[in-house]
Write a protein of this length. Structure first.
Length: 401
């Protein structure tokens, strides 16, 4: 792949001893993104839409051009790109907008792999409507298989949420095949793409999902911004759940009319800088090539798994990685203690339930240690992680009874 320069990432340059392995939580930002945000605030940092002066026109053009960049990146039409605050915001919006279409006898399919933001909104919808939450079983590899998915589908299945890549285990689910099955029952398919879009090529037309949500900050972009893709006819069939400036056509005393999608879902002043900063983030990834991004992260995670797989002190939940995520525990040691020890080696990992308690409960643990690789990580980072894990095991030996 095209070379990723450490110098492109000021945070890494300013913390030369740090090994950052927490990209599943948020990615480090390249200079190109930071510069673009600074350019906006220092050169044309005003509000978008309706301003007829030159600076506002430029801000609007830059802001709206991001739709074109995102549309090309995931292969959809610009009018199918809704700006959000992130994956959580997009998934919650969908649940709230679809709620009026859910009936008492309907079923909503989710899984224990799902992030809280993909489960909790549907718990609320189920309680409000009387609909039933159905959990698809995982196989021995903690994945959703076509066979198990078929078992939960029927004529009552109204909505299906599919996690593309698990933020805890890194397993990759067969979204295209599952979507095809769900559509045979006229189900609405929502895909949580938070961990997939930053790491692999995602083509929404090929997948045929009805909706897809993802965040900017996990793919080199700024925090506080994200994307909700939706098929245009479905987007226009939904009513907004936020109301205010810029999303209405006209407002009278007792009635109001809305713009068409996507604008009708974008009330108020948005994260302008956050969205403008997404464009150079996507350009950076495209310059590398999404297939190369996936291959690089997977190779590093696989290296680690291969070198700790036979360590009897470890509970390795990601024995054979499918993405850049690897998850483990030192048996008998709290994951926070393990992560704290690794930090003494300047290694930054995440510990806990990762906002996905259903899967940690399923695994029979209170939480896990998660290392997640991205484009700026190196084989040397992976080697140092292996060394630090082995050192942690030696350190904690006397703690274990």
């Amino acid at each position: 792949m095209n070379e990723v320069k450490r110098a492109d990432f000021p945070l890494l340059e300013n913390n030369k001893e740090m090994i950052y392995l927490d990209s599943a939580a948020t990615s480090i930002k390249p200079k190109q993104v930071i510069d673009k945000i600074n350019e906006y605030y220092t050169t044309y940092g005003v509000n978008v839409h309706r301003g007829v002066y030159d600076m506002s026109s430029r801000a609007t053009d830059e802001y709206e051009d991001v739709r074109n960049v995102v549309a090309k990146f995931i292969n959809c039409k610009p009018k199918e790109v809704v700006y959000t605050k992130g994956t959580t915001n997009g998934l919650n919006m969908l649940a709230n907008m679809l709620l009026p279409k859910i009936n008492k006898d309907d079923e909503i399919v989710v899984s224990v792999l799902d992030h809280h933001s993909a489960v909790m909104p549907w718990q609320r919808v189920a309680k409000a409507t009387g609909a039933k939450l159905i959990f698809v079983e995982l196989d021995e590899n903690n994945k959703i298989t076509v066979e198990n998915f078929k078992k939960v589908l029927n004529n009552k299945t109204k909505v299906v949420n599919i996690t593309y890549v698990s933020n805890v285990l890194g397993v990759v689910n067969p979204v295209k095949e599952l979507t095809k099955l769900a559509h045979e029952f006229n189900s609405i398919v929502i895909c949580d793409g938070a961990q997939a879009v930053p790491h692999m090529k995602v083509d929404v037309k090929d997948l045929d999902v009805d909706f897809l949500a993802f965040s900017s900050h996990k793919m080199l972009g700024p925090t506080g911004s994200g994307i909700l893709y939706g098929k245009y006819n479905l987007l226009n069939s939904l009513d907004p759940v936020e109301f205010g400036g810029d999303m209405n056509d006209g407002v009278e005393m007792y009635e109001a009319t809305y713009k068409d999608a996507p604008e009708k879902f974008e009330a108020g002043t948005p994260s302008i800088a956050g969205l403008i900063g997404l464009k150079p983030a996507i350009q950076y990834l495209e310059n590398i090539g999404m297939d190369n991004v996936h291959k690089h992260s997977l190779e590093l995670a696989t290296y680690v798994a291969e070198h700790i797989r036979n360590n009897e002190m470890l509970e390795l939940y990601t024995k054979y990685p499918e993405s850049g995520i690897i998850t483990f525990n030192i048996k008998g040691i709290h994951p926070h203690d393990t992560a704290t020890y690794l930090s003494t080696h300047n290694i930054c990992v995440r510990a806990g339930h990762h906002c996905a308690q259903l899967i940690t409960h399923y695994l029979g643990c209170m939480g896990t240690v998660r290392a997640s690789f991205y484009i700026y990580n190196t084989l040397d980072d992976a080697k140092k992680l292996v060394e630090a894990i082995n050192a942690a095991c030696d350190y904690f030996k006397e703690w274990i009874i």
